[in-house]
Ligand binder design. Sequence first.
Ligand SMILES: Nc1ncnc2c1ncn2[C@@H]1O[C@H](COP(=O)(O)OP(=O)(O)OP(=O)(O)O)[C@@H](O)[C@H]1O
Ligand SMILES: [Mg+2]
Length: 278
Amino acid sequence: MTKHLKKVRLRVEKLQKIYQTGSGPFEAVRSLTFDLHDGEFACLVGPSGSGKTTLLKCIAGLMGATSGSVVLDGQPVNGPAKGMAVVFQEYGRSLFPWMTVEANVGLPLKTGGVPKAERAERIAEALEAVGLGAAGGKYPWQLSGGMQQRVAIARAVASRPSVLLMDEPFAAVDAQTRADLEDLVRRIWQEHNMTILFVTHDIDESVYLAERVLVLSSSPTVIQNDIAIDLPRERDQLLTRSDARFGELRAEVYERVQFAKTNVTGQSEPARLVEAGA
Ligand SMILES: Nc1ncnc2c1ncn2[C@@H]1O[C@H](COP(=O)(O)OP(=O)(O)OP(=O)(O)O)[C@@H](O)[C@H]1O
Ligand SMILES: [Mg+2]
């Protein structure tokens, strides 16, 4: 595993989430532990239903954990924390249709008490960063899906979070837009020195985006693998994806996700994977 000299930004420790359902308690997440260091870009991959969204909601303070803790910059997270922003998959539902793009982006700043002049500046900067400098006066329903998702990203960026959490944010956009948004997020990450935790189903996307991929087990979920993505920092949709190392990492993450799908938590991995070193 990579040695980190940077400070721990986010610490998730023995996080457990048990849902109370009509048919009894259901343990979605079990004793999950990992750290994110300052400025790290990590992707979280795992089988459908493995608890990715559950985990992200607990980290964001939008849902209480059953036990364990989430600590941001040394402070326990017990509700929506100031230094964290979230981008969800369903951009359509995350923007208010009766508010202009500017008003949507500025809403968290307004509720956070940022003065009007500074608000305007930060909104303009964030919209510029996502290439929507001219769309501030429009309404979300006047924009394409990819543009709406960029508005949601701008809203998160405008609040200048130290940690950005993203839950399959590009699952509903077309492949070309998705590639553009991936590069946009990498650029924003580099420019703003944010720490990003990005949930995705897509193994290629996880390897392309991240410096580190965390593979979840199937439910009840623990971190099954923590894989360092040792690709050059500058990524390019064509060059990076055709790099031999990209292919190797992609194969490794793929095999581990396949293993997670079929494995009951607690069983050890096949020798071939263990030897490859997780
Ligand atoms: N509110 C809830 N009440 C009861 N069970 C829930 C609730 N929300 C999620 N679950 C269960 O917890 C498990 C994890 O769900 P979660 O949505 O976190 O998975 P996920 O990894 O995000 O899935 P996907 O890849 O499909 O988005 C699933 O088995 C799901 O049925
Ligand atoms: Mg989910």
